[in-house]
Design a protein around this ligand. Structure first.
Ligand SMILES: NC(=O)c1ccc[n+]([C@@H]2O[C@H](COP(=O)([O-])OP(=O)(O)OC[C@H]3O[C@@H](n4cnc5c(N)ncnc54)[C@H](O)[C@@H]3O)[C@@H](O)[C@H]2O)c1
Length: 377
């Protein structure tokens, strides 16, 4: 059980995982189509993650939407870690068919091959996302635990950014555990939920072990600085390095659970190696809440930049207000313990990003696209 295929293995999480697994004695291959928005137009020259991969890792350049590429990749493998995915929440709201084809279609094709061809795969690990929880869980004094649906443009445009729920005057935000209701409010989140359903149902039916991880907001060295749709830490960093002011949506008080890449790799390997993890879903996060405005301030400070931070009151459809993971299950079953504090992790990220060649930020143009489609106001 030591031959591992990582789909999306040239990406941010995949490259860290691949390098760690090879150091631990696994035989590692990856299947990746080297998406230009993630790796740039000349990945062999400019993709930090592709260039960081250990030379012992076998590469297959191809797509999870291609039967041939998948069949070639899964030959002689014991474990598949399925990371290949379109990953932008905002982009998913207008590239619906691409997100469904790659995320849902690619996963279905992979499973189809596992059902219908001869292979040696014994375990499938899936990277899911906190996006499956949508706005998450709240405590209402009258009604107990409630799950608000997406916020509507009418209230958002009045500057009312916190979620509401009928019949509840005060809502207290609660961390989501794995049994919390799934309530995705973006196309990306829907595709991640579908991936989970496909993997858990099909693997169970054909006797292949499966483990699913719901990652929170992962950050750290290697995160694409060119993709304007993933990772607020890298989006802000790219703007600061280009000496552009930071635009913070809503009132900046929305929060996320930022988890450092090394902690995500640790959690994933704990799940891969622990037989008790089979057939279970685990949140992987830091368990700590950070406000978006505070990230902007910290990055400005760490880069010693004099750009301005503009809180603009605008909002993107598909964005959630708060997210935070309850890590009890991963702690209990896997012995998972996030180790990096956000401040230390952000320092490491800034040190890394400062050494990377600058590319133009595509953030403003991504907002123009969203605006033209009525998804950003
Ligand atoms: N980074 C996060 O904060 C985060 C949070 C939750 C979940 N996840 C999930 O973790 C996984 C990895 O995310 P990441 O942050 O490393 O993203 P990433 O964009 O850095 O990596 C994804 C990789 O998949 C590849 N890819 C995309 N479409 C493909 C296709 N059709 N065929 C083959 N390869 C393809 C890309 O080229 C890229 O190298 C994804 O499934 C994502 O949904 C990430």
């Amino acid at each position: 059980m030591n031959r591992v295929l990582i789909t999306g293995g040239a990406g941010f999480i995949g490259s860290h995982l691949a390098n760690r697994l090879i150091k631990s004695g696994y035989q590692v291959s990856f299947l990746d189509c080297l998406l230009p928005k993630v790796h740039g137009k000349s990945p062999r020259k400019n993709s930090a993650t592709l260039l960081s991969l250990d030379i012992g890792i076998r590469e297959i350049i191809g797509s999870v939407t291609s039967q041939n590429d998948l069949e070639e990749s899964i030959k002689n493998q014991d474990i598949i870690i399925h990371l290949a995915s379109e990953t932008g929440t905002g982009e998913s709201m207008y590239e619906t068919s691409t997100y469904a084809n790659v995320n849902v279609g690619g996963t279905a094709l992979l499973l189809d091959i596992l059902i219908n061809t001869k292979h040696s795969v014994k375990k499938v690990i899936l990277a899911s996302s906190r996006a499956v929880y949508g706005e998450g869980k709240y405590l209402c004094e009258n009604l107990g635990e409630v799950y608000p649906t997406s916020r509507c443009s009418e209230t958002l445009s009045r500057g009312e950014f916190e979620v509401s729920y009928p019949g509840c005057a005060d809502l207290e935000f609660l961390p989501s555990d794995e049994n919390s209701r799934l309530n995705p409010i973006s196309v990306y989140g829907i595709t991640k939920q579908n991936q989970e359903q496909l993997v858990s149902t099909v693997c169970k039916s054909i006797g292949i072990d499966w483990v699913i991880f719901r990652y929170q907001n992962v950050y750290g060295p290697g995160q694409s600085l060119s993709n304007p749709y993933t990772g607020i830490v890298s989006v802000f960093t790219s703007l600061i390095r280009n000496n552009q002011d930071l635009t913070v949506f809503e009132d900046g008080r929305g929060t996320r659970d930022f988890v450092y890449i090394d902690d995500v790799v640790n959690g994933t390997i704990l799940g891969l190696e622990n037989s008790e993890a089979a057939g279970q879903i685990f949140n992987i996060g830091s368990g700590e809440s950070t406000r978006i405005i505070d990230i902007a301030k910290l990055l400005k400070e760490y880069f010693a930049s004099d750009i301005s931070i503009n809180v603009n009151g605008k909002y993107r459809m598909g964005d959630i207000r708060h997210s935070l993971a309850d890590l009890s299950l991963a702690k209990k079953v896997l012995g998972f313990k996030p180790e990096k504090s956000f401040k230390d992790g952000l320092r490491d990220f800034v040190d890394w990003a400062s050494k990377i060649e600058k590319t133009e930020s595509a953030f403003e143009s991504s907002l123009s696209i969203l605006e033209s489609k009525g998804l950003f106001s």
